[in-house]
Design a protein. Structure first.
Length: 314
């Protein structure tokens, strides 16, 4: 081979290497995501936000469904550590239980961003969450106005979780400050089935009750279903909006729902992760604004920042 031919071969080889190296480097940038349950409309929307924002920047997004089990989520976190992902985004299935695994990831130099439900750690790179107090306040304003500013209401507080407690706080503060003529005559905590049982009991024990606050959409739907015809005189409010709750809102059985922009929150979590990886500006904490949709506005409401497209599958 002549001298010129050798130079040409070397130049072609270097050009090929250059063309391959950039995509390969981009493809190696990976974000691991683990959330409590893919079947939840909220977590599905959050994942959609993370995945779309990540892909726009050339990141591979690995997704883990914890099946509402801390032990599954712990294994997913450790798998991401073994894979040497560049960042982890987590919505904790059990904040305390998954904390040590999160600390392991941080010890390995992996930034961890919490989405909505933070794991127990004071070393998180960032937290993206909703204004849960604001969500409770919006419910309070809506329900208070719907029953005419006076009367009796019941409060179904939901599970012993921080997001539920904050929504209850926002609701109670609003009742006290803005609707002094509305009295909370019944209160109970628990899961979805408990909400339906409580609603029926309250309707019998408090014939003058005209409103029920529920901490989350599944509890509202269960309450409405169990109340049956009684729902005509009892206004029900909630937070979040799964398909059944949306249908109840459209047909007037649900009065209103306060919302958190889950898609936008997922995108914010991805941006925080990418900033941490690439040395950009990390905000450290992002609180998404509370939103409200009523039965009057649901038909024309823009859900693009709140709900994943119908054909999206994590």
């Amino acid at each position: 081979m002549g001298k010129n031919a050798r130079y040409l071969t070397l130049a072609l080889a270097m050009a090929a290497t250059s063309m391959l190296s950039a995509p390969a480097t981009a493809a190696e940038k990976t974000i691991g995501v683990t959330v409590p349950y893919f079947g939840s409309p909220f977590w599905k929307a959050g994942l959609y936000g993370v995945e779309t924002a990540g892909k726009e920047k050339g990141y591979t997004v690995l997704k883990g469904d914890a099946k509402d089990k801390a032990e599954v989520q712990i294994e997913q976190i450790r798998s991401y550590i073994d894979k040497k992902v560049d960042a982890i985004i987590i919505g904790a299935a059990d904040a305390a239980a998954v904390g040590p695994a999160v600390e392991e990831a941080i010890d390995k130099g992996i930034p961890v961003i919490a989405l909505s439900v933070p794991p127990k750690s004071d070393r998180l790179t960032s937290f993206v969450g909703a204004d849960n107090i604001g969500m409770g306040r919006l419910q309070g304003i809506c329900l208070g106005r719907a029953i005419g500013g006076k009367g009796e209401v019941g409060l179904f507080a939901g599970p012993d979780e921080i997001w539920a407690k904050l929504r209850v706080t926002g609701f109670k503060n609003t009742m006290e400050a803005d609707f002094p003529d509305i009295k909370i005559v019944a209160e109970k905590a628990g899961g979805t089935k408990d909400a339906g049982v409580a609603a029926v009991e309250w309707a019998r024990a408090h014939p003058d009750m005209h409103g029920i606050f529920t901490a989350a959409d599944t509890m509202a739907v269960e309450s409405i279903n169990q109340l049956g015809a009684s729902v005509e005189k009892i206004k029900v409010s909630t937070s979040n909006l799964n398909d059944d709750a949306r249908a109840a809102l459209e047909n007037g059985k649900l009065t209103c729902a306060s919302l958190q922009p889950a898609v936008a929150m997922g995108r914010d979590a991805a941006r925080e992760a990418i900033a941490a990886i690439e040395g950009g500006k990390v905000l450290g904490r992002i609180e998404a604004p509370a939103l409200l949709v009523t039965k009057e506005k649901v038909a024309g409401y823009d859900f693009s920042k709140i709900i994943a497209p119908a054909d999206y599958q994590p």
